[in-house]
Design a protein around this ligand. Structure first.
Ligand SMILES: [Zn+2]
Ligand SMILES: [Zn+2]
Length: 209
C-alpha cells in the first residue's frame, strides 16, 4: 500500500492518494481543492482512481469531489449520516457560505465496520462521530486516516452544527486511542509540527488528550 500526502486548498487540508502497488488501483481521501494537481498525480503514477473517500462531510474536505469525479469517474464514498446532512439544502448552503463547491451525493454510503477495497488495499471504516455526525477514520495496514478527529498535537472542533463534545471525546478515547500504539496517524489538516504521527506519540504528547 502506497500513501502519498498532499496539502491542498487554502485551509491546509491533507489529501491522501492511497494506492495498491500491485494493481495500481487507488482511492483519494478528501480531495479538498487543487483538483487538477491531484488528478495529475494520479496520471503520473499511472493509477486508476476508483473512489473518492471523505473522512467527513465538511465542505473544506469535500469541495473537490465534483471535479475529481468528473475528471476520473471515481465514486464518492461517505458515511451515511454526513451524506444525509451535507446533501440537505442547509448543508449545501453551508458549503457556499464557506466559499466551497458542495459535493454531489455519495455514490456509496458507508457505516462502521464497512470495508473499502482497491486491489490489495483494504481500508476499514471506523465511525468516530463528534466533530460531525458521520465522521470516520480509515484503518488499513497500520495506517489511520483521522480526518478532523485527531491532528498531530491537536483535536477537531466541536462547535459546528451536528457536533457533540461528549460523543467526540468518547470516539477519541474509546475508539481511536485503543488502536495499537505504532499505528501511523495521518491527519486531516496540517496543524502540527510534523506531517504525521503515531497513536503512541499522540497519547504521550498531545495536550488535548
Ligand atoms: Zn471538519
Ligand atoms: Zn477540516
Amino acid at each position: 500500500m502506497d500513501v502519498e500526502q498532499m496539502k491542498v486548498g487554502f485551509m491546509g487540508v491533507f489529501c491522501y492518494l492511497v494506492a495498491c502497488t500491485r494493481t495500481k488501483e487507488a482511492l483519494v481521501v478528501d480531495p479538498a481543492g487543487e483538483e487538477d494537481r491531484i488528478v495529475e498525480r494520479v496520471r503520473q503514477k499511472d493509477l486508476t482512481l476508483k473512489y473518492i473517500v471523505n473522512t467527513h462531510g465538511h465542505p473544506d474536505h469535500t469541495c473537490g469531489n465534483e471535479k475529481v469525479k468528473a475528471l476520473t469517474g471515481a465514486k464518492i464514498i461517505m458515511h451515511e449520516l454526513d451524506d444525509q446532512m451535507f446533501n440537505s439544502e442547509q448543508g449545501k448552503e453551508m458549503a457556499r457560505e464557506w466559499g466551497f463547491t458542495p459535493s454531489p451525493p455519495a455514490d456509496i454510503a458507508v457505516k462502521n465496520d464497512d470495508q473499502i477495497i482497491v486491489g490489495d488495499v483494504c481500508l476499514k471504516v471506523i465511525h468516530t462521530p463528534g466533530h460531525s455526525p458521520g465522521g470516520i477514520c480509515l484503518l488499513g495496514d497500520g495506517n489511520l486516516f483521522t480526518g478532523d478527529t485527531l491532528f498531530v498535537g491537536g483535536i477537531g472542533r466541536t462547535d459546528l452544527p451536528g457536533a457533540s463534545t461528549s460523543q467526540f471525546m468518547r470516539s477519541i478515547k474509546e475508539i481511536v486511542l485503543t488502536l495499537p500504539g505504532e499505528t501511523i496517524v495521518w491527519p486531516g489538516h496540517d496543524y502540527g509540527a510534523r506531517p504525521c504521527s503515531t497513536i503512541e506519540d499522540e497519547k504521550r504528547s498531545n495536550p488535548w488528550l
